[in-house]
Design a protein around this ligand. Structure first.
Ligand SMILES: [Zn+2]
Length: 49
């Protein structure tokens, strides 16, 4: 019995793990990179099958 794990690139963040965020209007405000919640910052999604 072989267990195959399929993965595909997360389309939400395009495989980067961090989806593009809007640039802040005020430059003095820091924004933190938000981990992609679809892939949990991995950039890949494991297909449960
Ligand atoms: Zn993602």
């Amino acid at each position: 019995m072989t267990l195959k794990i399929k993965e595909h690139t997360c389309q939400t963040c395009n495989g980067t793990g961090f989806p593009a965020v809007a640039q802040p209007i005020r430059p003095d405000r820091k924004i933190y990179p938000v981990k992609c919640r679809d892939c949990d910052g991995k950039g890949k999604i494991t297909d449960a099958n």
